[in-house]
Design a protein around this ligand. Structure first.
Ligand code: FCB
Length: 453
């Protein structure tokens, strides 16, 4: 096993390190300064959908604590910060008028990062679609493709010259399937045909926005972020192996094949039957725009069984508080599979981390050794993939701080910084101290590399 002493040595000095958040999960100020309603504001109001009956009204109050939060990010010693823009904060109805105060907030955020020597990685869609667009059918309608492209161009016009990276969508699979098939995320629909149409519109709008951004002379690097898990058969049986191939086609390749090959995987297309999306001529070419980077969010592996859903408690592996198996090797396997299947651009791990109990010690500190272990082993897994030739460019921890974990509410804590929701006090957990010291070693090595020149 890799010791801490060696871990940083496995990455080239140019490899980038960061922390990630998203607007709805941290900002709060859900009705302030002209912000419009989002589908998540609306969804949280439905009884029974959020585990602790909470919402994003206050969250981490980041909207009012921007400067001190930026200082916090800088103090960790990272190179970049991944955040998202709340579309209804900058364009309350998702079309037409822009909200100057909302745009001003993100301008202060971006300028504040640059002033602190941090690279801004902006995500356009981390799920909080303007409710006004949902009233017209949301992602299920073709209209949303044009609206999203206009929104992307508006952000480019205002902030584009100062951004290091623009991600179109965060995890289209989650928006489509958890939001429109399983109904456990906003907007809470349960219809697989709609869900697959949504996934198609997300992909088309990604391609359309990329094309438009390039046409507008964007200097930021452009990409998309996918949640991916390698699929393993639960047993060696032919039935389980076939299921693993099919699950992989429906969950991973349904997104990566269109992006890199310009087609949907045939076996998944057949399996979806009458639920496959309607397409227009030229859609697949639009989706397959050259990417400057692919963002990969990795949390756990996927176990495929012909018998039905896999109960993670059967695996014998340690689980996080989400009930997800801790399996770092899966990240290496996943990256190698992607490298095998496609010609990859730069790859960033745009999210990786875990929810753990985080007991406050009698000394007032949070000794989250389980999270530190998680991060250490997964970072080592990235190094393994890189050694095998995968073009890895950076790694980002999910998350900078504890925040609103969607349907789980505030009960699940993913931060390397602890948030006391009563006082909004931020406290570094041991994992944050560990990450900071890793990055100190990285910086020391960079300084030496420059000195040796
Ligand atoms: C991902 C989301 C992110 C966070 C983590 C735990 O699916 O992109 O916002 O909630 O899961």
């Amino acid at each position: 096993m890799t010791s801490d002493q060696d871990l940083h040595l496995q990455f080239p000095p140019a490899f980038e390190w960061g922390v990630a958040t998203s607007a709805f999960q941290i900002e709060g100020a859900s009705t302030e300064d002209g912000k419009g309603e989002s589908i998540w504001d609306r969804f949280c109001r439905q009884p029974g959908v959020i585990a602790d009956a909470s919402n994003g009204d206050v969250a981490c109050d980041h909207y009012h604590r921007l400067d001190s939060d930026l200082d916090l990010i800088q103090a960790l010693g990272v190179d970049l910060y991944r955040f998202s823009v709340s579309w209804p904060r900058v364009q309350p109805l998702g079309s037409g008028a822009w909200n100057e105060v909302g745009l001003g907030f993100y301008e202060r955020l971006v300028d504040g990062l640059l002033a602190r020597g941090l690279r801004p990685h902006l995500t356009l869609n981390h799920w909080d679609l303007p409710q006004a667009l949902q009233e017209r059918g949301g992602w299920a309608t073709r209209e949303v493709v044009d609206r999203f492209t206009d929104y992307a161009l508006g952000i480019q016009q205002r902030l584009g010259d100062r951004l290091a990276a623009i991600t179109t969508h965060n995890e289209p699979w989650v928006v489509a399937m958890l939001g429109h098939e399983q109904g456990i995320f906003a907007p809470g629909l349960r219809d697989r045909k709609v869900a697959l149409q949504v996934a198609h519109h997300l992909l088309v709008s990604h391609g359309m926005a990329l094309k438009a951004l390039r046409g507008a002379g964007a200097s930021a690097r452009l990409g998309i972020v996918l949640n991916l898990a390698p699929a393993y058969p639960a047993t060696d049986s032919e039935a389980d192996r076939a299921r693993a191939r099919l699950d992989d086609a429906k969950g991973r390749r349904w997104y990566t094949d269109p992006l890199f090959l310009g087609r949907y995987p045939q076996e998944a297309w057949n399996d979806f039957g009458g639920d496959v999306p309607q397409m227009r001529e030229g859609d697949m070419d639009l989706i397959r725009q050259p990417l400057d980077y692919l963002g990969v969010n990795y949390y756990t592996r996927h176990m495929a069984s012909a018998q039905g859903p896999w109960d993670t408690r059967r695996s014998g592996l340690p689980l996080t508080e989400m009930g997800w198996e801790i399996y770092a090797r899966g990240l290496t396997d996943l990256l190698l599979t992607l490298h095998h299947d496609y010609t990859l651009p730069d790859v960033y791990i745009t999210e990786n981390g875990g929810a753990f109990p985080d007991a406050l010690g009698p000394d007032g500190a949070i000794h989250d050794a389980d999270r530190t272990d998680y991060l250490r082993t997964h970072i080592a897994a990235v190094a393994d993939a890189m050694r095998a030739g995968v073009p890895m460019a950076g790694y980002m921890v999910w998350s900078l701080m504890d925040n609103f974990e969607w349907a789980s509410g505030y009960a699940k804590r993913f931060g390397i910084v602890h948030v006391d929701y009563e006082t909004q006090q931020r406290r570094l957990k041991d994992s944050a101290r560990w990450y900071r010291s890793l990055l100190e070693q990285v910086r020391g090595r960079r300084a030496r590399a420059v000195g040796e020149r």
